[in-house]
Design a protein around this ligand. Structure first.
Ligand code: SF4
Length: 354
């Protein structure tokens, strides 16, 4: 495995000799989560130039950090990375074990084990989806991807590969094998160093393992949103502080509606909360999907008269919705299409589809 890895590993900007600087390991791991590795590799050098150390990251404004994640998606990671940096700086030193690292904001078991192994020589194997897939195939385990049982099997398998003390390079080699050779479809078994001991390949059934991830049922939500526009076409945006998926992004004020809750009353409350209780008119609903949620957004448009144009307040700003200088979501562009161009007057359609 080690020989295969040294000959064929991808040249990624964070791959130096092990042990590595923990900050570079954390940044690379967070960037590469749920993002194509080539996109993370392209963004990584600029991020390190802008925030060259954990102290520089902790001292930065959170919006700057979220902005630096532009193009990588999933901005919650950026906020959590920033919070973790502040926690580490406040602590005065890096935690060095997987157990301690797992207590930092945004550090799951995988990230904690990866940082502990690659930066501090930890012996807890990091098990990502790649390692889980290799494990399920070599051992022909009919377990679903993402299941705790497969995670446990992956840890045991990664440990059992060692003849001596655990070697972080072997952990990394295993992840690389899953990412480049033992791929979800069309694995290249004839190039694989584990072929002689792979039960799934021997049975000619590599792609039958692991079982597909069991999917959560999609949740349906209705949101009311207010699109308050000034004569200069700027729109009031509010920074989302709560929630797992949109936190740190700037959007027009919105509220998640309870069953049967009147969207117009909710929109009026949002406008009052924003200190602009102007008349509102509904426009066509917008459909938005976030991970396991199908969201029907019901927008209400209001015009803020020139005489009443106010100053920004903390967490609220007026922005050109086509070119906001703060991090936002694709939902803003959808709302701009529904509210900014069609303007008020067309009521929400019954099926809520745009
Ligand atoms: S032999 Fe094929 S199925 Fe088995 S681990 Fe290697 S690439 Fe994956």
């Amino acid at each position: 495995m080690i020989g295969w890895f040294r000959r064929g590993r991808r040249d990624l900007p964070w791959r130096g000799p092990i042990p590595r600087d923990p900050y570079s390991v954390v940044v690379s791991e967070v960037m590469a989560q749920q993002t194509q590795v080539q996109r993370a590799a392209a963004a990584y050098p600029a991020f390190l130039r802008r925030f060259p150390s954990i102290a520089a990251l902790a001292a930065a404004d959170v919006d700057e950090v979220v902005h630096a994640f532009a193009g990588l998606g999933y901005y919650r990671r950026a906020r959590l990375l920033h919070r973790a940096a502040r926690a580490i700086v406040a602590r005065g030193a890096w935690p060095t074990t997987a157990r301690e690292l797992a207590m930092l904001p945004g550090f799951g078991a995988y990230t904690a084990a990866a940082v502990a192994a690659l930066a501090f020589g930890g012996d807890e194997p990091p098990v990502d989806g790649n390692v889980a897939r290799v494990t399920a195939r070599v051992l022909a385990l009919a377990l679903p991807l993402g299941s705790p049982a497969l995670l446990r099997a992956g840890r045991a398998f990664a440990r059992d590969l060692h003849v001596g003390a655990p070697d972080p390079e072997l952990f990394e080699a295993l992840m690389e094998l899953g990412a480049t050779v033992c791929t979800p479809t069309s694995p290249r078994c004839d190039e694989c160093p584990l072929l002689p001991r792979c039960a799934a390949a021997a049975a000619g059934a590599a792609e039958a393992f692991p079982l597909p991830r069991t999917h959560r049922r999609r949740e349906r939500q209705r949101w009311a949103a207010v699109w308050l526009e000034r004569p200069d076409r700027t729109v009031l945006l509010r920074r989302v502080d709560e929630g797992p998926l949109l936190a740190g992004l700037w959007l027009p004020p919105f509220a998640v509606l309870a069953d049967r809750e009147d969207p117009e009353a909710a929109a009026r409350a949002l406008a009052r909360d924003a200190a602009w209780p102007v008349p509102l008119a509904p426009v066509a609903a917008v459909r938005h999907t976030i991970t396991h949620r199908d969201i029907q957004v019901l927008p209400f448009v209001g015009s803020v008269a020139a005489a009443r144009v106010g100053e920004d307040r903390a967490g609220w700003r007026w922005h050109d919705p086509d070119h906001p200088s703060v991090p936002s979501s694709t939902l803003l562009a959808k709302l701009a299409a529904a509210c900014g161009r069609r303007r008020a007057g067309s009521p929400h359609r019954a099926n809520g589809e745009e």
